[in-house]
Design a protein around this ligand. Sequence first.
Ligand code: NAD
Ligand code: IPM
Ligand code: MN
Length: 362
Amino acid sequence: MQATIVVLPGDGIGPEVTTTAVAVLRTVANRHGHAFQFEEQLIGGAAIDACGTPLPEATLHAAARADAVLLGAVGGPKWSDPNATVRPEQGLLAIRKALGLYTNLRPVKPHAATLGASPIKPHLLQGVDLVVVRELTGGIYFGDKTRSDVEASDLCRYSVAEIERVVRHAAALARARSGKLTSVDKANVLETSRLWREVATRIVREEFPDVTLEHQLVDSMAMHLLARPREYDVIVTENMFGDILTDEASMLAGSLGLLPSASLGDGKVGLYEPIHGSAPDIAGKGIANPYAAILSAALLLRHSLGLEQEAQCVEQAVSDALAAGAFTADLATRGGNAASTQAATAAVIERLLGCQVLELRD
Ligand code: NAD
Ligand code: IPM
Ligand code: MN
């Protein structure tokens, strides 16, 4: 198949990890006769430096026309002056909003080989396989903001329609998996959460009667996620809770550098990015973990291009590389030589070349 993929490397380790994901996608294309066109564009701090804005028109235009967008990360100390009016992160929020990407899937499935990298006891991690469905274009991130010398405010608002559409997406996913959906809110305090709970209850009762819905307050959810992660399957929650819970959930997998994401809407284009940030502390050293970006490329193959078998091939190649011990420094539990970004990527590509699933489709 033919596809145009817009690549937004961004800042810090963003360019390092998107390079690896593109190398993996090129391998998939060569191996199976697809024609992927890659078009690189600016976002975040790199875009501020080049054009004074974190989301240039050309980037948004290219992304809107593409089949899929692959993003690294944005932000860093260079653009973190608290008095700055233009920030890299605004570019990321703006592209999500402009493309209507209201559903953010963040799968968490620890690999057997990396259980030792997690601070959680291995017996609690066995069999963990969950997906956080994070609402991505509403809530406190996008409400009105005010600032004076003596106070500041961020408005959190959600409409019924915004809650309905993301809950529908999550419930459909739950139906396709184990049939269990957990909705996370703070309904004991927040009005938006009381609306969220009411709408989630109605949508599941009326449209997904076969799905079992439970509600969980976000503070105890943060605890249960570490204490009994195996009991969760699909978790749906608002924008900020989803952001925080998924960085926490990355510790089930063993590193922030392992979790991918897919941002989807009703339109054709999807945006794929690791959940981690620009990691300024390790940027430029060639040691960033590329697996989250590579697994994001697998989600791109699955959700935007409909190439399920190729997606599975990439996921299997990552599992096999990890099983063979291709651990970057963030995963290495003992001393000794950790794999560089490049070595870990090479380990994946080597295994991808031997993938049987791709052969079977011919
Ligand atoms: P971060 O995710 O960048 O880093 C947190 C810690 O995890 C750091 O110690 C980092 O070295 C480590 N880490 C992250 N990804 C890694 C990888 N692939 N391999 C190895 N180690 C990895 O979070 P932060 O330090 O809080 O934020 C830094 C900047 O990134 C901020 O400007 C923030 O706004 C931005 N950010 C961007 C995104 C995004 O673009 N999607 C996401 C989160 C944070
Ligand atoms: C993420 C990031 C972003 C978010 C920031 C950089 C705007 O933390 O993608 O998880 O909060 O959504
Ligand atoms: Mn985040």
